[in-house]
Design a protein around this ligand. Sequence first.
Ligand SMILES: N[C@@H](CCC(=O)N[C@@H](CS)C(=O)NCC(=O)O)C(=O)O
Length: 214
Amino acid sequence: MTPTITAFERSPDGGRGLARDLRVRWALEEVGQPYDVRLVSFAAMKQPAHLALHPFGQIPTYEEGDLALFESGAIVLYVAERHAGLLPDDANARVRAIAWMFAAVNTVEPPIMELVIVRILEGDKPWAAGRLPLVVDRIRNRLQQLSVRLGDADWLDGAFSAGDLMMVHALLRLRPSGVLDEFPTLAAYVARGEARPAYQRAFAAQLAVASGAA
Ligand SMILES: N[C@@H](CCC(=O)N[C@@H](CS)C(=O)NCC(=O)O)C(=O)O
């Protein structure tokens, strides 16, 4: 059965691939699972029909038969568990890859999202200028730790996994700030992720929506 995911009808990032449907598209492309996309407006995301799928009125969602899922990490994990290619066979290595998925959304992504909040949503507030360097320092701290762990490896724990997929996408949001480039090993790690054919296909698909070609 072909799953259906939701994505922004008009992504605020204009097609830079930062919206979280990109992770789901990427995972589906990595495992070779075709999918349909239902585009939703901001208004529709807050309506009962979408809230029944996603209690917080956001994208992405994933529907397959009578299964409806929300949370990009949960969706990617579901895809990774159902198909070969995104999680190792070895039980310990598998749970370590899952731990990296949690690290991406729970440890690395939160300070990155704080930067978005302080720059964009709170940019005009009196505390924004004072808070900005604190937030950037927290990000630098995390990236330093992550880059030490990555070392000169290509991926976080052996072969490319769903953990890398989630981590690369979380880090991508940092690129415009210049902070990612302060950590050349992480910048190269993200570039390796973006170079994967599955990423390229996922990126092109969401860009086609933004540019009106889809
Ligand atoms: N933790 C959620 C976050 C979902 C999320 O923040 N989605 C954004 C797009 S990337 C969204 O729908 N924003 C619109 C809104 O919150 O109204 C996930 O990983 O799926």
